[in-house]
Design a protein around this ligand. Structure first.
Ligand SMILES: *Cc1c(COP(=O)(O)O)cnc(C)c1O
Length: 368
């Protein structure tokens, strides 16, 4: 009998029959994209859900990151983390910006604010931190540094859907925040993304940029890109949004089961969101320490042998990839925390449909 592999995450999908009426509306109206009715409804619904004033939907999170940098006319050097998905730094290269890697804080897994100032040069224009695993960065200290030096802050909040920090949406921080609605994320529209911005004027600039730069039929204000979310994605988003609180609640239950089962396993360190955080349990990261009974990669392989596809998010470091490793800031000694974490990290399967017996199989292998 063949069992399905247990992947690190699985897309959360509504019952197909609930999606059909949305598709019928699209087929009837023949409005497929370009700011259709579902697009407008989803922007409004997500603003309400997060408690933010403005957001612009995108075809995916990477185009949103690239467009966010264009929106604020960022150039020169941007301080960012080597401990993320490659899209964070790639968005800088696509804008001819030099990434300057700064080490991470071993608790929050985001940029270490204590190490940012030393990396600022006359060419620095912005900071691009990542709320890794949805754990809030030290937003107060990062924003204090940005204010002191006149820098912009663009958060890659791809992991942070629904995360609240100090009683409000984490997305309220920074000049801009970027979300991803990729299939693997807590909330998905197959592919998709968004920029959260503070004012209507910025939203208008983003909306122009994501539609080739068109300000009206005959005016093109900048060499924009095609970053538009289509009506199929937006309709799916509206339906998913009705389910997302239940999905996050279920993720949290799975998180608690792991925590109870794995606390006290020698050589395993459990990570957790900083205080004052209502987390989304997007990931379940553990650190496999040197005193564990086998190495991280051996544990990864033992799980794989049982068709359990845990992932090393994030290994390798972005700064070790061929297009980045020649940068002065990619020198390994400057990034010792990120390097050490990336050698110990393993993310265990967590998704709303993860069956209790499957989770138990994961636990049995890790804890045995
Ligand atoms: C998923 C992800 C992205 C990219 O989003 P896409 O929607 O897949 O383009 C960017 N940054 C981080 C940290 C991510 O996890």
């Amino acid at each position: 009998m063949s069992r399905k592999p247990i992947t690190v995450t699985q897309p959360y999908l509504p019952p197909l029959e609930e999606f059909i009426p949305y598709l019928e509306q699209i087929w009837d109206s023949k409005t497929l994209t370009n700011n259709g009715p579902f697009h407008g409804q989803l922007e409004q619904a997500l603003c309400n859900y997060f408690g933010v004033e403005h957001m612009a939907l995108f075809a995916n999170g990477t185009i949103a990151l690239i467009t966010a940098l264009q929106t604020l006319r960022i150039s020169g050097e941007v301080i960012t983390t080597p401990y993320s998905f490659v899209a964070t730094s790639h968005s800088l290269l696509w804008n001819n910006i030099t990434p300057v890697f700064v080490d991470i804080d071993p608790q929050r897994m985001g940029l270490d604010p204590g190490k940012i100032e030393a990396a600022i040069t006359p060419r620095t224009t912005a900071i691009m931190p990542v709320h890794c695993y949805g754990y809030p960065c030290d937003v107060e200290r990062i924003e204090h540094i940005a204010d002191t030096y006149g820098l912009k802050v663009i958060y890659d909040a791809a992991h942070a859907f629904g995360v609240r920090y100090q009683g409000e949406s984490l997305l309220r921080h920074g000049d801009l925040s970027i979300l991803s609605f990729h299939a693997t994320k807590v909330f998905n529209t197959f592919e998709g993304g968004a920029i959260i911005c503070p004012d209507a004027k910025t939203k208008q600039r983003i909306d122009f940029l994501k539609n080739f730069g068109f300000a009206d039929e005959v005016t093109v204000m900048a060499p924009g890109i095609n970053g538009k979310m289509n009506e199929f994605q937006a309709a799916l988003g509206l339906l998913q949004l009705q389910k997302v609180d239940a999905a996050i609640a279920r993720r949290r239950e799975i998180d608690v089961v792991y925590r109870d089962a794995l606390a006290g396993v020698p050589g395993i360190t459990l990570l957790q969101a900083p205080p004052d955080t209502e987390h989304n349990a997007a990931y379940f990261p553990i650190l496999v320490e040197p005193d564990y009974r086998m190495s991280r990669d051996e544990l990864y392989a033992s799980l794989r042998a049982e068709d359990i596809l845990a992932r090393r998010y994030f290994y390798p470091l972005i700064s070790d990839l061929p297009m980045y490793r020649g940068l002065p800031s990619a020198t390994p000694d400057c990034l010792s925390v990120a390097r050490s974490v990336s050698q110990r990290i393993l993310c265990l399967p967590i998704y709303p449909d993860l069956a209790a017996e499957d989770q138990q199989r994961v636990i049995d292998i890790v804890a045995s």
